[in-house]
Ligand binder design. Sequence first.
Ligand SMILES: Cc1ncc(C[n+]2csc(CCOP(=O)(O)OP(=O)(O)O)c2C)c(N)n1
Length: 384
Amino acid sequence: MSVTTKEATGKVVKNEKSKATKQKSVFAEFDPLKQKRLTILDHTGKIVAPEWMPDITDELLIEGYKTMKFARMADNKCVNYQRQGKMFTLPVNRGQEAVVGTTMAINRDDWACQAFREMAALLFHGVPIERMFMQNMGLEEGAVYDDVNATPMSVPIASQMQHACGIGHAIKYRGGKEVVVAYVGDGGTSTGDFHESLNWAAVFKCPVIFIINNNQYAISAHRDVQTMTPTLAQKAIAYQMPGIQVDGNDMLAVYRATSEAVEHARAGNGPSLIELLTYRMGAHTTSDDPSKYRDKKEETYWEARDPLARVKIYLESRKLWNDKLEKAHEEYVNRKIEAAFVMASAMGPNTVVELFSHQFAEMTNSLQDQMADLQGYLLWKEEH
Ligand SMILES: Cc1ncc(C[n+]2csc(CCOP(=O)(O)OP(=O)(O)O)c2C)c(N)n1
């Protein structure tokens, strides 16, 4: 059994997850071809599908909520820092925090291969917030996660899915029991990397759980102009793997479906595809203005489906949460954010050598040439 320190609380928790699937298979029941979607906790905070309720401990539930709250506050703060010129262009996570359910369903030894909008999931898996801040400050150290099994932000759309397949293949080759969770956006499903990865993982039965973070937009392109299929989950059928669409703003549904896919992968049965239907409540990045391509009515509809609000109501109804705990947690998060910002700011700008030295264990000849070119150019600039 492994343990990890949770970023959202500083608590050391056991990573031995409860078994979620003594029940029937959600993948068998929620057929994407019939346009069925799994919701367990609806936007009013009510359990609407008790038969699919995962076997989840109260401790894990609370930890999940605290992490979502942490991500919401840190994300808002990043946008403010960017506006103050203290961070560079960054992706906005607001509205997509229920993705935390994916890493709640895996262990410390498992892997998470992010795209760039999975802050809550990464915090839960143990990536320190200061590393994310460093990333947003353009520092190479922002991509160094030390002993956390996660790959850094991957800006070339869907490229991380190839990395996930490589890691999954290596695990299988070595006879390991770990799994890989790989994320991609709805826009990313139009790339060759997406289809190649699904095909590869299916053919070689790699233990990879593909998560489509369908926030309904690829910058300004709505999901409806992205692909002809009514769901993205049904793309699993072409690759002969289980596929499901879940309410991506429902942390319990996300956790339930991922838990089952994890068991499937650990048992040697290969990959699964999970579409999280969510909504990007903020801008694509800090340099985007969504009012140019979507209307207020749509945003108001989704604001009423906020992924945090429903978990809070549910926890309060079970007397597991209250205003006092919320306030104490907010104070804790604010302190963590302050400290992380100070730590990241102290790293200072990278040197030219640092810019090139993180790519490979040993710098390749072509990188050495590029570095020399840049150094030569900077010298020339200084002299002119
Ligand atoms: C290979 C590649 N093509 C284009 C881009 C420019 N780009 C950055 S984000 C983005 C949209 C991605 O949309 P989606 O996959 O739905 O993810 P989201 O940003 O909504 O989370 C595009 C086209 C890129 N980063 N990489």
